[in-house]
Write a protein that binds this ligand. Structure first.
Ligand code: OGA
Ligand code: NI
Length: 347
């Protein structure tokens, strides 16, 4: 049975990676209420039950949602409205702040994941600008559009507020691994954290393409806001099924990235995920990627390895890892782009 293909061939996923029309959402990812955390920045008072929930979620899913997280709903509304305004502008306007080979910040519409083009547009913002060129040769200065008015102020405020939450989660996850809560903070002193605005247009062939192809996030953890459309699918550990993450108003979706998988020596999972699109509604999402400094060498933490549980990964440079990834994402390459499995030791 043929169907009319209306999208460019560059977007078409190989048969085995196309989204199935129906994705079961009977068993959703865990939902964690953070209201039990006291509002100051000390997480040591977190109750055991909360730590147990975090531990189980990071281990069994690598994904969870949080509510009562301290980021104001008004700020979420403002960010969503501003983001929609920006992507509704004519292409020429968006392209005034387009990314290039030296500066990977700003607007971009041609990203590839695993060599297939994603059905999306993005706008990337670095949380902390840096004067020097990054160790891997990238300029880390934001490009701000003139319109919509207030764009810069809104996303600076948003990044600050969400980064605070990301650090509390970092500390909570450290505690759930029996580490001192601030043990990992040292890796984020010159953090490479990135705020990304995603825009997914409606697509005439939603069953052939993906908004973002299947991938794992390279950083420590991701704090993602999504609107009410839905489309984020997570690969369930237990059976490899793709599960649609239900939009919950004012919640954030948290996922453990590759860095935590390596630090925890595979106790915690960096789960594969992707974005499905649909033919009726557009969708926005805002991931904040908490990423270590480029100069960080990532390897399993000494506290979490011993003779019985030897390190499963060789050390790698975080900066070089994301640089290699980024090259693969900007354009189509003939080779598979780099994954942490590359650093896995033979057991
Ligand atoms: C990403 C991603 C998910 C989403 O940008 O890395 O996984 O829901 N996005 O947009
Ligand atoms: Ni992702």
């Amino acid at each position: 049975m043929g169907q009319t293909v209306l999208v460019d061939q560059a977007f078409v996923q190989p048969q085995e990676h196309r989204p199935k029309t129906v994705v079961s959402d009977a068993d959703d990812i865990p939902l964690i209420d953070l209201s039990l955390l006291s509002s100051d920045s000390d997480v040591t008072s977190a109750p055991e039950t909360l730590l147990a929930q975090v531990e189980a979620a990071c281990r069994d899913w690598g994904f969870f949602q949080v509510i009562n997280h301290g980021v104001s709903p008004e700020l979420l509304r403002k960010a969503e409205a501003t983001q929609r305004e920006f992507f509704a502008l004519p292409d020429e306007e968006n392209r005034k702040v387009r990314q290039d080979e030296q500066n990977a910040l700003g607007y971009y519409e041609a990203e590839h994941t695993k060599n297939v083009r994603d059905w999306k547009e993005v706008f990337d913002i670095i949380a902390h600008e840096q004067d020097e060129i990054d160790v891997v040769g990238l300029v880390l200065k934001n490009k701000w559009p003139q319109v919509p008015l207030g764009f810069r102020e809104t996303f600076e405020e948003y990044a600050k507020s969400v980064e605070k939450l990301a650090f509390r989660l970092l500390e909570l996850i450290a505690l759930s691994l029996n580490l001192p809560p601030k043990k990992l903070n040292i890796f984020f002193e010159k953090a490479n954290s990135l705020l990304r605005l995603n825009y997914y247009q409606p697509c005439p062939n939603p069953d052939l393409v993906l908004g973002v192809g299947r991938h794992r996030d390279p950083g420590a953890l991701t704090v993602l806001y999504q609107d009410s459309t839905g489309g984020l699918d997570v690969k369930r550990q237990s059976d490899g099924e793709w599960i649609r993450v239900k939009p919950i108003s004012n919640a954030f979706i948290i996922n453990v990235g590759d860095t935590f998988q390596v630090w925890s020596n595979d106790k915690y999972t960096s789960a594969e995920h992707r974005v499905s699109v649909n033919s009726e509604k557009d969708r926005i999402s805002i991931p904040f990627f908490l990423q270590p400094a480029s100069c960080t060498n990532v390897r399993p933490l000494e506290e979490l390895t011993d003779e019985k549980n030897p390190a499963k990964y060789n050390e790698y440079s975080y900066g070089e890892f994301i640089r290699a990834r980024k090259d693969g994402n900007l354009k189509k390459l003939e080779v598979q782009n780099i994954q942490i499995d590359h650093f896995k030791r033979a057991q």
